[in-house]
Write a protein that binds this ligand. Structure first.
Ligand code: ATP
Length: 602
């Protein structure tokens, strides 16, 4: 038996298998031998005959010069050197440059197809087709000023002075233009009443006969018993796009317009406690944040407001039931509890507008029943607005089932990570970390401290973890290394959380030098917040530039919300994912490229 030896590494394997064959042959009485034959090494061929040597072609036969190759994904336009330029004709060069500019990497509309069967929590978002998104077209260009929108002047003035005081050019964001325009097309109830002739005309009031007066009064009474048609809206736009004002401005305009038309008096709200509108949010933090904006605006617009969350005392909750409130900001459970207390069962009977902020979360398995119960409680509900930065498939299904006639206002860049965020991954399994994620985090923080961005400013960094039990451990590890970090989880009381968040959100103080303090040994230029998903939704962190994802998020929804704490309102941001090689499933490896190319996640 002869075998040809292909390479030294495999020899022993072949020898062993040959030996086994020899043995088996010997056992049955035959004979065999083992040979190995070595192939000569491949030599570089040289042409010995000078006649065979390749000669350069004459210039006339050579054709046009070769174009330099280009990386497909590179955003950089490679300017040819002077020497290269002289080899191109001008037209060639212009065409080539144009082609590079045509590569619109952040405009891609094809979603990143990372779906089932093995994509974990990725693949849960609804694939919104381009035709279902409202294009950024002439409508938005036409409505790029608050003055072009139908808003009451007093509300507009309050927005300018209270919310956009620091902003140089005060103009609505695309989702604000679209939402305000659509919502304000609705004639408020009071105007409809006036159109029906139920409100007295100022001039004809005196001349009105008794018969007409009583007829009008009767019609008004009958009308107040009628259940109005419910109008439902979905406002969906990327994180940090100004969704809060996109529903607050129309809400306040409508409430105020109703007051100016004397509608509350017509509805008989003069003498009794009422709640005219409710904004539902999922957490106590969001109650605080949204209520702060509402209170600011209400101060100027002259409307009343209140907040209710699981942190509110029983007395504070009971007080709400005794007041006349135009806008109540609340989480679902405490509001349901308040209504369930016998004497308050009619608390929402005059509520005509409900807004469900972070609606995908409030319509998920844990909240859905409670939210729907609240939506079905007011008998005179006129408008329900659902507002969200993500549309998971399950949420889309519930909306289609419960509100098939819903008007959808979906921004063109929904499910994309905002344009100015750069996404990168640190492989924690490679040298020098060798699967020690904490080391990788420290190295990343050190690099960020040294980085030239935000010069002379304290850099604020948010680190997201999947489990709150791990937060304290990581914070004490960082503190031991004299890296200033605070942990913020559901285990802290609301007061603690508010205080820590206030300190973290306070604008970055200026610092003279970065690096390490020689006396305390502390890294001076960083302020680090380690937290979980409790702070990933809706919280406005006031110009945070860096988000570190210490754990791979459970789903694309979590990824979008966590990343959305930076890069808000067109500001720059960076998201760094720390992941070991075995965590980086094939569909996760392409994530950075897809995000940086502007693909929508599903
Ligand atoms: N037209 C505007 N011009 C400039 N800044 C604005 C404008 N509208 C809102 N902002 C500011 O942008 C920030 C983000 O707004 P907001 O919190 O409403 O975003 P969001 O879309 O609700 O984000 P998320 O999806 O994370 O909840 C806020 O600080 C807000 O004051």
């Amino acid at each position: 038996m002869v075998y040809l030896r292909p390479a030294s590494g495999l020899t022993s394997f072949f020898r062993r298998s040959c030996f086994a064959t020899c043995l088996s042959v010997a056992q049955v009485g035959g004979s065999s031998r083992c040979y190995s034959v070595r192939f000569p090494k491949k030599q570089n061929k040289t042409r010995e005959n000078p006649r065979q040597q390749r000669r350069p072609k004459p210039a006339a036969l050579r054709g046009p010069p070769k174009k330099p190759s280009r990386m497909l994904l590179s955003k950089r336009v490679i300017e040819p050197s002077e020497a290269q330029r002289s080899r191109f004709s001008h037209d060639d060069f212009r065409r080539q440059k144009q082609r590079v500019h045509e590569f619109k990497d952040r405009q891609s509309t094809t979603p990143l197809e990372i779906g089932p069967p093995n994509a974990g929590g990725f693949g849960v978002l609804q694939n919104i087709r381009p035709e279902d998104r409202i294009p950024l077209n002439a409508t938005i260009a036409r409505l790029d000023q608050f003055e072009a929108l139908r808003i009451l002047p007093v509300v507009r003035q309050a927005v300018y002075s209270r919310c956009l005081n620091d902003v140089e050019t005060k103009k609505p964001t695309p989702i604000q233009s679209l939402a305000i325009q659509k919502l304000m097309k609705l004639a408020p109830a009071s105007i409809r009443i006036a159109q029906l002739g139920l409100l007295p005309n100022k001039e004809s009031e005196d001349a009105e006969s008794d018969e007409d007066y009583y007829k009008r009064k009767l019609m008004r009474k009958n009308l107040s018993k009628l259940k109005p048609d419910l109008q439902t809206y979905l406002i969906a736009a990327e994180t940090g796009s100004g969704k809060t004002l996109s529903y607050l401005i129309p809400l306040m305009s409508m409430l105020k317009e109703e007051e100016l038309n004397n509608a509350p008096a017509i509805w008989g709200l003069d003498a009794k406690p009422y709640i005219r509108s409710v904004i539902l949010v999922p957490t106590a933090e969001l109650v605080k944040q949204v209520l702060a904006v509402v209170k600011d605006l209400c101060h100027d617009v002259k409307l009343s407001s209140a907040g209710l969350s699981q942190e509110s005392s029983r007395e504070a909750a009971n007080n709400i039931a005794r007041k006349q409130i135009d806008i109540l900001v609340s989480t679902p459970v405490p509001l349901l509890k308040l209504i369930d207390r016998g004497q308050n069962s009619g608390l929402l009977s005059d509520c005509r507008k409900i807004i469900v902020d972070e609606a995908d979360s409030l319509m998920d398995r844990s909240f859905k029943e409670k939210t729907l119960k609240l939506l079905h409680t007011p008998s005179r509900l006129e408008i329900a607005i659902f507002c969200s930065a993500t549309i998971p498939k399950s949420f889309d299904f519930v909306l289609r089932k419960e509100y098939p006639a819903m008007t959808r206002i979906v921004a063109p860049h929904l499910h994309q990570i905002p344009r100015k965020i750069t996404f990168s991954t640190v492989d924690t399994s490679s040298e020098p970390f060798y699967n020690d994620k904490r080391k990788a985090l420290v190295q990343t923080l050190y690099n960020l401290d040294k980085h030239s961005s935000e010069p002379g400013k304290m850099k604020r960094i948010v680190v997201f973890m999947n489990h709150r039990e791990s937060v304290d451990e990581l914070v004490s590890y960082l503190t031991r290394l004299r890296i200033p970090a605070v942990g913020l989880t559901r285990d802290n009381t609301l007061d603690e959380r508010s205080r820590m968040m206030r300190e973290f959100r306070a604008s970055s103080p200026s610092i003279k030098h970065g690096g390490v303090d020689l006396v305390s040994g502390e890294i001076q230029g960083l302020r680090i917040l380690v937290t979980t998903d409790i702070f990933s939704r809706g919280i406005d962190m006031n110009g945070v530039r860096t988000v570190i994802l210490y754990d791979v998020p459970f789903s694309s929804i979590d990824l979008i919300h966590r990343a959305g704490r930076t890069g808000r309102m067109g500001a720059k941001g960076r998201v760094i994912l720390l992941a070991a090689k075995d965590e980086l499933k094939p569909w996760l490896r392409g994530l950075g490229t897809a995000i940086n190319k502007g693909q929508a996640l599903v």
